[in-house]
Design a protein around this ligand. Structure first.
Ligand code: PXP
Length: 239
């Protein structure tokens, strides 16, 4: 199971002061040294963390692992992706007011925009993953739209406790199984941390986990390389 490390929050700390420290670019080789199989950045429309310059510099440095660009399905972002050529794109819904990506894509309100971005990007050789809620209908919609991959939103699982968490885990498992049966590659992510990752990592068939906030938070105390390495070990032990 691959571990994609989202380094956005290095840039969040930098942007808090409007200067240039800490630079997310040197976080890339450290995360890779720690065992990251991929680097993820989310270029948000309001540029609240990752900036266009970061993306360009990171693209130059990510060669042997996968560069995953998270973005909204807009013409501006599709244009940037076609120029930068990440190894894959994950389409996410985006709201200006949200603290983080709150839910999966909404095919009812944004189906046309999503399909346009998928067709353009995949037509130019960039595989697209759709960030979706653990719902059978959304997996069917992803397949219909022609995406190669989905990323199942684990946020509700991550935030739930006790019996509720077991229920959310079961929803994620069912969604992974359905996506797998439909021939989609299946990823998972959001809200995963050192205590809740094990049950998700033990689900058979998941291609990769995409984790950011918990790793960068831990990195404040132990450094990025060690923080990534600890997460990688937990995933391996649970597989
Ligand atoms: N996957 C997607 C699609 C996301 O939008 C995010 C947050 O940027 C993550 C994974 C990582 O979430 P977290 O920072 O909670 O680990």
């Amino acid at each position: 199971m691959l571990l994609g490390v989202n380094i956005d929050h290095v840039a969040t700390v930098r942007n808090a002061r409007g200067g240039c420290e800490p630079d997310p670019v040197p976080a890339v080789p450290l995360a890779i040294k720690g065992g990251a199989d991929g680097i993820t950045v989310h270029l948000r429309e309001d540029r609240r963390h990752i900036q266009d310059r970061d993306l360009k510099e990171i693209r130059k440095r990510v060669k042997d692992v996968e560069l995953n660009l998270e973005m909204a399905a807009t013409d501006e972002m599709t244009g940037i992706a076609l120029k930068i050529k990440p190894d894959m794109v994950t389409l996410v819904p985006e709201k200006r007011q949200e603290l983080t990506t709150e839910g999966g894509l909404n095919f009812k309100t944004s189906g046309k925009k999503i399909k346009k971005a998928v067709d353009l990007l995949q037509g130019r050789g960039i595989p697209v993953s759709l960030f979706i809620n653990p719902s059978i209908a959304d997996i069917e919609a992803s397949k219909k739209i022609g995406a190669r991959m989905v990323e199942i939103h684990t946020g509700l699982y991550s935030n739930a406790r006790g019996g509720k968490q077991a229920k959310e885990l079961s929803r994620v498992k069912k969604a992974v199984k359905k996506a797998f049966e439909m021939g989609l590659l299946v990823n998972a992510g959001h809200g995963l941390n050192y205590t809740n990752v094990g049950k998700i990592a033990s689900i058979k068939g998941i291609r990769g986990l995409y984790i950011g906030h918990s790793i960068i938070s831990r990195a404040v105390f132990v450094g990025i390389e060690k923080a990534v390495n600890e997460m990688k070990k937990l995933i391996k032990e649970s597989e």
